[in-house]
Design a protein around this ligand. Structure first.
Ligand SMILES: [Zn+2]
Length: 174
């Protein structure tokens, strides 16, 4: 599944946001927009409840597969601004998504991180590191690995469906 020269490091999305709507209000917030237009997200929600929404991130025509995003439903600025209930929901969702990535794509390791420098709406990235990734591509350089699995919107949607089925399966409660 090779494509042309890799073009992104994992936090690349933040750079895209830097091009435009960076205001702190909900009316111009990219993450509020995602909640208003859920059908624009390939595969839709992998998980959601009253507090959080989790999906596969997609910002390029060909996306790194296994690049998930948990965001709060509420327009909360960052980690310190979460309610206890939101923090619990985010933590539990991150753990369950990480387990699902290990089960579905065989991730060797799953990274979770929060920067939130550009868009003041809480979002946590949950990213698969595949087996065999050379150490020079670890951490924020996963997307630069030439062998990184990538896919179009259809492939992203199919992975999202597989992750959702795994999360919903009755046997998946460990
Ligand atoms: Zn927002």
């Amino acid at each position: 599944m090779h494509t042309a020269a890799p073009t992104f490091a994992a936090p690349r999305g933040e750079q895209v946001y830097a091009a435009g709507r960076l205001h702190g209000d909900m009316a111009s917030c990219l993450f509020c927009d995602r909640l208003r237009s859920p059908t624009a997200i390939p595969g839709g929600a992998i998980y959601e409840d009253d507090l959080v929404h989790a999906s596969h991130y997609m910002d390029e025509e060909t996306e790194y597969l296994g690049y998930l995003l948990i965001q709060t439903k509420r327009h909360a600025a960052g980690v310190a601004e979460l309610t206890d209930e939101e923090a619990q929901a985010v933590g539990l969702t991150a753990t369950r998504l990480a387990r699902a990535l290990k089960a579905v794509v065989g991730a060797e390791k799953v990274y979770t991180y929060v920067f939130g420098e550009k868009v003041p709406h809480f979002h946590c990235l949950v990213v698969a590191r595949y087996r065999g990734v050379p150490e020079e591509y670890w951490r924020l350089n996963l997307g630069d690995w030439p062998e990184a699995p990538r896919g179009n919107a259809e492939a992203v949607a199919e992975l999202a469906r597989r992750l959702r089925r795994t999360l919903e399966s009755a046997s998946y409660s460990a």
